[in-house]
Every structure is written in C-alpha cells, then in structure tokens.
Design a protein around this ligand. Structure first.
Ligand SMILES: [Zn+2]
Ligand SMILES: [Zn+2]
Length: 395
C-alpha cells in the first residue's frame, strides 16, 4: 500500500504548511478559536456539513455517501500547552509562553488532509463524522463535547484516534488491544493539627510528622494492596507545611497523582488512600480531609475495532513497521471518555527516534511533518475499510 503513501506525499505540502501555521498560533484549552475556525472553514470548503461550538470550541464535520447505515467517528485534538517554545524551528510559536508541544497541530493537520481526500474521492458508503476536540491537555474537552450531545447529535458505531509518540521510529504504528492509557486522578490531603512553639511539641499536634508518615504509608498502596500483576502509580508530587524551624504549623498538605490501568484498581486506590489518610491522621492526633478529583478514565481499546486498525496499519506501512500489541502507558488521554461510550481504538504513530528528539511537553519538541502523509493515509484507509457497502461487509 506504499503507493497510497507515495501518492499522498506528492500532495501533502499544503497540509505541512497548514500544520506549521497552526503551530505558529497555539491556543490553550477551550480557547482554540482560530484553530477551530480554520478547521471548520476548510471542512465547509470541501463540502462537509459543519457544526461549530460543540462542547466549547469543538468542531464536527459530517460527510454522508451512499446509503450505508454505518457511522464512523475520527477524532483529532487541537489544543496547545503553556510552555515557552525552544525548538529553534522557523515556524516557532508566535505566542510567547504557548506552544504545540504535544503535536496536536499535527493531529489536526492529518485529519484535515484525510478530510480533503475523503471528500474528493469518497469510496465509502455511510456516514463519516470528523471530530476536532478542544482541551485534551487536562481540560477534558472530549467529555465537554459528549456533555454537549456529541454522540446523540452525531451517533457513531466506532471512534478512532491517533497520537504521535517520540522515541518510536517515524511512521511506525503502535497498536494495543485492551487498557492502553491510565486513569488519572488527583487528591489533595490536608492534615490539620495544632500549631505551636517548636520547643514545646507536647502542646502541639504536629501535622508535619503525620504528613511524613503518611507519605511513607502511601507507598504501601501499590506494593501491598494492588495485585502485583496490575499496574498503578501513587505519586506525592507536592508536600507543603511550615515556614520556620521553630514553629510547628497547624496544617500540612499533600498533592497526589493517582493512576491505574484497570477500573477496579482505580477504585481500590481511592479507597486505600482515603483509609490510610484517616488512620494515619488519627494515630498522630490530627485531622485529615481528602479532596478527590476524578480526572481521565482508563483508555480501553475494544478488540474488534483494534483488529480492524491493525489490518489497516499492516496494509499501510507493512509488518516491519507495525507493533501489533504495544505496552500500556501510565499517561492519560481524554479520548478514554469517548471509548467508554463507543467502541474504538487509539493508536500511536512514531514521531522519530533520532538522538536529541524531544519527548512531548518538552520545549524543544516538534511534530514530525512526515507523519502527516502517514496519518492521512491511515484515516483514509480506515474510513474505506469501516464504511464499506453493507452487502460487502456482510459477505
Ligand atoms: Zn500532551
Ligand atoms: Zn497530546
């Protein structure tokens, strides 16, 4: 199928320029007004029925061909990060302190390139919904679009998404069936004791000692409570208390990042952390208050849709450039919410593995433009394979 890639390379220049234009104009979560307008205008120009303002700045482009009843959703993310760019590229961010450090500029360009190809040469039968979401970086833009009726207004039988992955050779495709990205929850534990003079601890209830003990106790959640064959992370990323050597403060706070690759483990982590916070606090004579905020869900790829994604990947780039079952990651992705509602599969495309290639969220990172053709071809082929005429699908 390399002819498809070769043919695309010749006509992808427009989308490289577009990607770099988006890169120069990064926008934070729910502020993707310029990007969303650019996406919507392009889609309208190619004949899509476009709905703007879905879940804030989200855009959905719909194209119907033939009489097929199948409906496919393809998702790209559009938001940037509050990072000052240091890539040194000619198309570096023109907005100080903001940059596309996660490649969402590239994801948007790939799906737009596919949108044009699918409009010009449909060769599919059914309904295609192209979903451009805001706020993947912590803002839960996917969830906002769903709360705004995404799947009621644009029903999909399956949804797919793609993310670039630095450290993997450019254009290699990494798939996985089952749990692929972790849930991500946030806990703030406030320990409240009785402040006092550092010389007279007997008149105080010291939250610092309780906090220190709690940090150590929390290490036992993963090592003693979680099944050793399951993955989980409990990180105390911030511990704040006190300002002076001779003052026992009244409060100490811990900020936790809590991650799991299984919905049951996720529940277990919360229950154990809450229980330990209370028990530890009680043993030191202080009060514990746990504020729990649920972040992104576990991202679970479904088997049938992942099987189709694998077929398409193999056809597109060949077995030597496809990892059929990659490792799960402890990072998170809000496409997980869409996969809780609709079957589908999320895959990675290698952003390059040359020395010095930056990881996402690094100030030196840049999306690899050679992947626009790969991503475009993957979406086009996937759409054609999924949205086949029913008599052929049944055969
Ligand atoms: Zn990111
Ligand atoms: Zn990202």
């Amino acid at each position: 199928m390399t002819y498809l890639l070769d043919a695309l390379h010749a006509r992808i220049g427009e989308f490289v320029a577009l990607r770099r234009d988006i890169h120069q104009h990064p926008e934070l979560a729910f502020e993707e007004h310029r990007t969303a307008a650019l996406v919507a205008d392009k889609l309208e120009g190619w004949g899509y029925a476009v709905t703007r303002g879905v879940g804030g700045t989200g855009v959905v482009g719909t194209l119907v061909r033939g009489s097929g009843s199948r409906r496919l959703g393809l998702r790209a993310d559009m938001d940037a990060l509050p990072i000052a760019e240091a890539s040194g590229k000619a198309w570096t961010s023109q907005r100080p302190g903001l940059m596309h450090a996660c490649g969402h500029d590239g994801h948007t360009a790939m799906l737009l390139a596919a949108a044009r190809d699918l409009a010009e040469d449909p060769r599919f039968d059914g309904t295609l919904h192209l979903i451009f979401q805001p706020a993947e970086e912590g803002g839960g833009g996917a969830l906002r679009m769903m709360e705004d009726g995404l799947f009621e207004r644009f029903p999909c039988d399956a949804v797919f998404a793609m993310h670039n992955m630095p450290g993997v050779p450019q254009g290699h495709l990494v798939l996985r069936d089952g749990a692929t990205m972790a849930s991500s929850d946030y806990a703030t534990i406030t320990l409240t004791g009785v402040g006092g003079h550092g010389a007279m601890p007997q008149h105080a209830a010291d939250p610092i000692v309780a906090a220190a003990s709690l940090v150590m106790a929390l290490q036992t959640v993963v090592s003693r409570n979680v099944d050793p064959l399951q993955a989980a992370v409990v990180t105390v990323g911030a511990l704040n208390a006190g300002r002076a050597n001779n003052v026992i403060p009244a409060t100490a706070t811990l900020e936790l990042s809590v991650r799991a690759l299984d919905r049951g483990v996720r529940e277990l982590l919360e229950a154990r952390i809450r229980a330990l916070a209370q028990a530890q606090a009680q043993s030191f004579g202080v009060q514990a208050e746990v504020a729990w905020r649920r972040g992104y869900a576990v991202l679970v790829n479904t088997p049938a849709e992942t099987a189709l994604a694998r077929e398409v990947a193999l056809e597109l780039v060949g077995a030597e450039r496809v990892t059929l079952q990659g490792p799960p990651l402890t990072g998170s992705e809000d496409f997980a919410f869409m996969l809780e509602r609709v079957p589908g599969s999320y895959l990675f495309v290698g952003n390059g593995d040359a020395p010095g290639n930056c990881m996402v969220h690094n100030p030196g990172y840049d999306f690899n433009d050679d992947n626009i053709a790969v991503g475009c071809a993957y979406w086009v082929l996937l759409a054609r394979r999924f949205l086949v005429a029913e008599e052929r699908a049944a055969a």
